[in-house]
Design a protein. Structure first.
Length: 297
């Protein structure tokens, strides 16, 4: 089957049994049966159609910054969209392909004196991933600036959904339940003063560097904010900072992060997550729901 995929798509980079730890921000994750890096919408369409016709499971990944891939890897075809990364400015709009880095989109907006994406200055995900989960920080969310997203639907058709159709909520979009491959997003911004925009972005990044363990591999903030509480404070108050299983550790710098302190595995991460959830529930009767996606066999 690998040979058939490579023969069918000789211009697309495709690998067999490729370790996903090379592509995740946690430096963990087992192998993908097949891993492909399309560079165009047409190549993505062709790969999805091929997989469907050959009954191969399909998994779409962006920058893998908010993702835990189980150690047993992922069955079927994994498509990483980071080579689809063009970003265009059109008047007060930013049109970015799904694989573009959200940080880069915020920087291009800054350079065009467009305000609205400052909150995204330090979010390490892709545009597609950010739309998929309605990423946010420092009081801003993707839902506040996205006006449309281009998708590849289950029938292989390219469609456009407006913001209302994306049904955004806290770390939620309709794509999580309805499916589809995000290909691009359009952000509507407002004209602003470049120096002011830069100052705000620099301030956010300084605060992030001061409070978050950016020097270690991690999948970012692990848990959603429970109603009436802050996940990090609950974890801190439970005395869990520094708790370690294998190579995964609850950060001593920010309790909401789990870091890879060396040779950590996805299983280590999941063990830490479960211990944190069990301990916080036992002490405070609050269930911590994970914000990260856990995928794989």
């Amino acid at each position: 089957m690998s040979l058939a995929i490579e023969e069918t798509f000789p211009k697309i980079e495709i690998m067999q049994n490729a370790s996903l730890s090379d592509y995740t921000n946690t430096d963990t994750g087992g192998p993908a049966d097949w891993l492909a890096f399309p560079t165009t919408v047409e190549e993505t369409q062709q790969l999805v159609k091929f997989a469907k016709n050959n009954q191969l499971a399909i998994t779409i990944i962006g920058n893998a910054s908010n993702l835990i891939v189980r150690d047993s890897g992922i069955e079927g075809l994994v498509i990483i969209l980071t080579k689809m990364n063009t970003i265009e400015v059109s008047e007060n709009k930013i049109i970015a392909q799904a694989g573009a880095a959200l940080i880069t989109a915020s920087e291009i907006a800054r350079d065009a004196s467009l305000s609205g994406l400052e909150f995204a200055a330090g979010i390490p995900g892709s545009v597609g991933g950010a739309v998929f989960m309605n990423a946010g920080a420092y009081g801003g969310e993707i839902s506040q600036v996205v006006v449309a997203a281009t998708l590849l639907n289950s029938d292989g058709e390219v469609i456009t959904l407006n913001a209302d159709e994306l049904d955004f909520g806290y770390r939620h979009s309709s794509i999580q339940s309805d499916g589809g491959v995000i290909l691009a997003a359009t952000f509507s911004l407002v004209s602003g003063d470049r120096a002011t925009i830069k100052f705000k972005m620099d301030d956010f990044n300084a605060r992030r560097a001061d409070k978050q363990p950016l020097e270690w591999p991690s999948c970012g903030s692990v848990f959603k904010r429970p109603a009436g509480f802050y996940a990090g404070k609950l974890i801190h108050d439970a005395g869990l900072q520094g708790y370690t299983s294998g190579g995964a550790q609850v950060s001593k710098k920010h309790a909401g992060f789990i870091i890879n302190i060396g040779e950590g595995t996805a299983t280590d991460y999941l063990n830490v997550i479960k211990h944190v959830q069990d301990t916080v529930f036992r002490q405070f009767q609050v269930h911590l729901e994970i914000e990260v996606r856990v995928i794989g066999r």
